[in-house]
Design a protein around this ligand. Structure first.
Ligand code: PBG
Length: 332
């Protein structure tokens, strides 16, 4: 592409000179349709509990889920993503609780799908909230066993589908799990349940606050580098995405968000499939604390989210979803 003309005939500031012209020439917008709201769930009754590592984010007991779901509905957030905080006594080596028909995710799915049928629900498929070692898969002889893990993940996905989950989101990074889950879903006639694969998920330091939020931080003694991606790589993300698409992913996710905009753009340019971005907990808390400490203004939230749109993301999982939705609504 060639830029024609030169100064003084061309003055690019002319298209920036007032808010109305900036609105007319703007290339990207953020809309409520782009937002996915993560929600943390805990056991007990009458609990809305703050999370130290994530200011402004709470864990809800199921009887209080209506507080946040009412807001999601009011702002027309298209989808929520639910994550369980699992008590220590429910965790074991095998992540058995993941397959309990009455676990927090199953109970929340029933609650939400009954009362908020217009809101999509996505659920992570991975064992980390449930394992005593905090890993996403089965640890056998100190190694994560890919194929044995898949067997459990398939069961976890089927259980979620049975409970009404709309979007199954494998976030475990085992090889071959998307294909296995798609096959099992189809065999059980869950043809309309879709798969959003966390296809390019990096072993990242930015997940720290989330691990506190779901209670896996203290359990995890090592890192997840044998299954999550190496942050030095981008060709590998390309391979991950191609495989997951072949195996039947309907949408793919890149995670974390801002440090990986190049990956989003690369995928968007090369595969014509919806790409979602996950602005993860560490990104959220850094921005939130920056605003709280008056280091940056709260317009940083919009700036960060528009960056995903510029890179080509179709939707963004963000802990700012409600906050930014409220702003978008008030502008209109
Ligand atoms: C679990 C999972 C993680 C996140 C989403 N699902 C953490 C991890 O892989 O350790 C991170 C989300 C965030 O940091 O906001 N597989």
């Amino acid at each position: 592409m060639k830029i024609v003309g030169k100064f003084p005939n061309v003055r690019l500031r002319r298209v920036r000179n007032s808010p109305w012209i900036r609105r007319l020439v703007s290339e990207n917008e953020l809309s409520i349709n782009d937002l996915i709201l993560p929600i943390f769930i805990r056991d007990g009754k009458n609990k809305v509990e703050s999370i130290k590592s994530m200011p402004g984010v709470y864990r809800y007991s199921i009887d209080k889920l209506n507080l946040i779901m009412n807001k999601a509905k009011k702002y027309k957030i298209p989808m929520v993503a639910i994550f369980p905080f699992t008590q220590k006594n429910k965790k074991d080596k095998f992540g058995t609780e993941a397959l309990n028909k009455n676990n927090l995710i199953c109970e929340s799915l029933k609650f939400i799908k009954k009362r908020y049928s217009g809101v999509g629900v996505m659920c992570d498929v991975a064992l980390d909230p449930y394992t005593s070692h905090g890993h996403d898969g089965l640890l056998i002889n100190k190694k994560i066993d890919n194929d044995k893990t898949i067997k459990i993940l398939v069961k976890q996905a089927l259980l979620q589908a049975e409970m009404g989950c709309d979007v199954i989101a494998p976030s475990d990074m085992m090889d071959g799990r998307v294909g296995a889950i798609r096959k099992a879903l189809d065999q059980r006639n869950f043809k309309n349940v879709s798969i959003l694969s966390y296809a390019a998920k990096y072993a990242s330091s930015f997940y720290g606050p989330f691990r506190e939020a779901v209670g896996s931080k203290k359990n995890l003694k090592s890192d997840k580098k044998t299954y999550q991606m190496d942050f030095r790589n981008s060709n590998e993300a390309f391979r991950e995405i191609s495989l997951d698409i072949k195996e039947g992913a309907d949408m793919v996710m890149v995670k974390p968000g801002l440090p990986y905009l190049d990956i989003i753009k690369n995928i968007k340019d090369n595969f014509k499939i919806p790409v979602f971005a996950y602005q993860v907990s560490g990104e959220y808390s850094l921005i939130k604390n920056g605003i709280k400490n008056k280091l940056i203004s709260d317009e940083a939230i919009l700036e960060s989210l528009i960056a995903f749109k510029r890179a080509g993301a179709s939707a963004i999982v963000t802990y700012f979803a409600l906050e930014i939705a409220r702003k978008i609504r008030n502008f209109n």
